[in-house]
Design a protein around this ligand. Structure first.
Ligand SMILES: NC(=O)c1ccc[n+]([C@@H]2O[C@H](COP(=O)([O-])OP(=O)(O)OC[C@H]3O[C@@H](n4cnc5c(N)ncnc54)[C@H](OP(=O)(O)O)[C@@H]3O)[C@@H](O)[C@H]2O)c1
Length: 273
């Protein structure tokens, strides 16, 4: 249990927050961070009702709005909006975190996994934002936090579909931030690198080389408090690589080529849908 400063607590005081995929991994760590800052009203949307039920046991101080639904289904999103309207009639922070991954050589990724990755990681995030905007626009101090990925900045081989969805999240966030410039809605994008969650269980990455979901969640909340437009995990080295990829993409190709064989091997089984 962490103890936070008055500023950290006041920033989120009385806020109504919705987190997609708040029932596991980074999303659940975000729930923990908010609950430690005394937030009491959190809506969580996810497909598994059991995982949503566990939240109540794990965070007894939070009044959860449990929304069983799939962000890739527009009807589920509209139902979620109706639930939030009925229960709260307001929303201050929307966190689009739900995501899935299916890696491997493109020809070997099933059509279903291609379509689902796009529908969950991107279309769902866009439709969630679209349908919750009317409520967010009524907030005096609102925010949208979109969870992209380090692969949204630097695409790696064998993550073609996933990386495409995450790069699209980056651009969507940028566009919507500029579109909402006249509203008090802060838009921030988070770029985690490998993080030790169930999504990475089949990825063959040593947990010692991953961030914890708590580290990602902490950095994200600090980013929100500081009104940053992006939070990039992975330290200074990652920021240098992003610059290299932008300024000299062919040099980055060479760097990535050195890791080709090991990436090919470890992504062959990486699937979390
Ligand atoms: N872990 C990493 O290394 C890493 C790195 C960079 C970016 N990210 C991104 O961070 C976000 C969270 O990832 P994570 O590692 O925390 O994943 P995770 O542990 O697998 O958790 C994913 C969460 O999303 C929910 N979810 C998945 N599909 C959904 C759908 N169609 N509709 C509603 N909820 C859905 C899951 O609940 P249900 O299964 O019950 O629906 C679960 O609560 C994702 O967007 C991911 O792409 C992760």
């Amino acid at each position: 249990m962490n103890f936070y400063s008055w500023r950290q607590i006041m920033e989120f005081s009385n806020k109504k927050i919705l987190i997609t995929g708040g029932s596991a991994g980074i999303g659940k760590a975000l729930v923990r961070e908010f609950s430690e800052r005394e937030v009491t009203d959190i809506a969580v949307m996810g497909r598994s009702g059991e995982k949503l039920d566990e939240l109540e046991k794990d965070f007894p101080s939070v009044h959860f709005l449990k929304i069983q639904g799939d962000v890739s289904q527009p009807e589920d999103i509209k139902d979620a909006v109706n639930t939030v309207k009925e229960q709260w009639n307001t929303l201050d922070i929307l966190i689009n975190n739900a995501g899935v991954v299916s890696a491997g050589p493109l020809e070997e990724i099933s059509d279903e996994d291609v379509i689902s990755q796009v529908n969950i990681n991107l279309t769902g995030l866009i439709l969630m934002t679209k349908y919750f905007l009317p409520l967010l626009k009524q907030s005096k101090n609102g925010a949208i936090m979109n969870i992209s990925s380090g692969l949204g900045y630097i695409a790696m081989p064998f993550y073609s579909v996933y990386a495409a969805t995450k790069a699209a999240v980056k651009h969507f966030s940028e566009s919507i931030r500029r579109e909402l410039i006249h509203y008090p809605i802060h838009v921030m994008t988070v770029y985690p690198t490998a993080t030790d969650t169930s999504m990475m269980q089949s990825a063959g990455v040593d947990p010692d080389n991953m961030d914890t979901p708590e580290e990602v969640a902490k950095a994200s909340l600090e980013g929100l408090i500081d009104k940053r437009i992006e939070v990039i995990l992975g330290g200074e080295k990652r920021k240098e690589d992003i610059q290299l990829n932008f300024n000299a993409p062919l040099k980055m190709d060479k760097k990535v080529e050195n890791a080709f064989k090991s990436l090919q091997k470890r992504t062959a089984t990486h699937r979390s849908m």
